[in-house]
Design a protein around this ligand. Structure first.
Ligand SMILES: Nc1ncnc2c1ncn2[C@@H]1O[C@H](COP(=O)(O)OP(=O)(O)OP(=O)(O)O)[C@@H](O)[C@H]1O
Ligand SMILES: [Mg+2]
Length: 248
C-alpha cells in the first residue's frame, strides 16, 4: 500500500535549486535508503516530505493515516541543552498536540517508558544528554521520533559520527523497527545501505535511480558523478566502471 508519493517535486531556496523534478513512491513496510553527495538535496527532500519545506512545484501526497517520526541530521541537535534522556523522549509527545508547559498525561509517560525499554535505554532515563555517547544520543533521538507512534520513521544520517559497532547497533535497531513501520534513511554509509535497506534512491538534485539495491550501480555513479565503492552482500566490491581521468 502506498503511504507517500512525490510527484514531480521541485524545491528552490530563492535562486538555489535543491531538488528537481523528483518522483518517488514509498510503500508500507519499505526500507528505503537515500544516498547522494553532500549538497545533493537529501535533507531538503526529507524536509519536504515532513512538511517543513514547501515544494516550489509538484505535490507530496500522503496516505490519510500516515504518521511520520522524524530524526533530523545529527548536527542540528544542541547537546548542551539541560535536559534528561527521559525528557527528550517525552518531548516527542508534543507533536500529539500538547504544548510546552502543558501537563503530560499518564499515557504520555507510559509511552516514554515503553520506548525506553524497547531501545534498552531505561537505565539511562535520568542521565543528562551531554553525558551520553554519540550512539546513545542517536538512540534517544530515535526514541523521541518513535514515541508518537509513527508508521513511518524518517532519519537523516543517523549514523554519521558513529563508529562501526554503534552504527551496526543503530542499523540492527532499524531492521527491527522495520518489521512494524516503514523506514526511510539518508546515509553516506554504502556498506550499511547495501546490507540493510531494500530499496534505494540516488539523489543529486534530481533522482538518478529508485529501485531495489541489486541494480543500483549505474544510478549511484551518475548521482555522484564518479565511481563509488559499495559492499555488496558483505563483500567489498568496486562495482562501478571508473571514469576516464578520475583517480581513485
Ligand atoms: N535553508 C536553506 N537556504 C538556502 N539554501 C539551502 C538551505 N538548505 C539547504 N540549502 C541548499 O540546498 C542544497 C541542498 O542542501 P541539502 O541540505 O538538502 O543537501 P544534503 O544532500 O542533505 O547534503 P549533506 O549530505 O551535506 O547533508 C545545497 O546547495 C544547500 O546549500
Ligand atoms: Mg543533509
Amino acid at each position: 500500500m502506498t503511504q507517500l508519493e512525490l510527484k514531480d517535486v521541485t524545491v528552490y531556496y530563492d535562486e538555489v535549486c535543491a531538488v528537481k523534478n523528483v518522483d518517488l513512491t514509498v510503500s508500507q513496510g519499505d526500507f528505503l535508503g537515500i544516498i547522494g553527495p553532500n549538497g545533493g538535496g537529501k535533507s531538503t527532500l526529507l524536509k519536504t516530505i515532513i512538511g517543513i519545506v514547501a515544494p516550489s512545484e509538484g505535490a507530496v501526497i500522503k496516505a490519510p493515516d500516515l504518521r511520520i517520526g522524524y530524526v533530523p541530521q545529527f548536527s542540528s541537535f544542541n547537546k548542551s541543552f539541560p535536559i534528561s534522556v527521559y525528557d527528550v523522549v517525552l518531548m516527542g509527545r508534543l507533536s500529539k498536540g500538547i504544548r510546552i508547559g502543558k501537563k503530560y498525561k499518564k499515557e504520555d509517560h507510559d509511552a516514554v517508558k515503553r520506548i525506553l525499554k524497547t531501545l534498552s535505554l531505561s537505565g539511562l532515563a535520568e542521565r543528562h544528554i551531554s553525558e551520553l555517547s554519540g550512539g546513545q544520543l542517536q538512540k534517544v533521538l530515535i526514541g523521541r521520533a518513535m514515541v508518537s507512534n509513527p508508521n513511518m520513521l524518517i532519519l537523516d544520517e543517523p549514523t554519521s559520527n558513529l563508529d562501526g559497532a554503534a552504527r551496526s547497533e543503530i542499523y540492527e535497531l532499524l531492521k527491527l523497527l522495520n518489521k512494524a513501520m516503514t523506514v526511510v534513511i539518508v546515509s553516506h554509509d554504502m556498506a550499511a545501505i547495501s546490507s540493510y535497506v531494500r530499496q534505494v534512491a540516488c539523489l543529486n538534485e534530481t533522482l538518478y535511480y529508485h529501485g531495489d539495491t541489486e541494480h543500483v550501480g549505474d544510478g549511484i555513479e551518475r548521482a555522484y558523478g564518479c565511481p563509488v565503492d559499495i559492499i555488496a552482500h558483505g563483500k567489498p566490491h568496486r562495482v562501478f566502471i571508473e571514469h576516464e581521468g578520475v583517480r581513485l
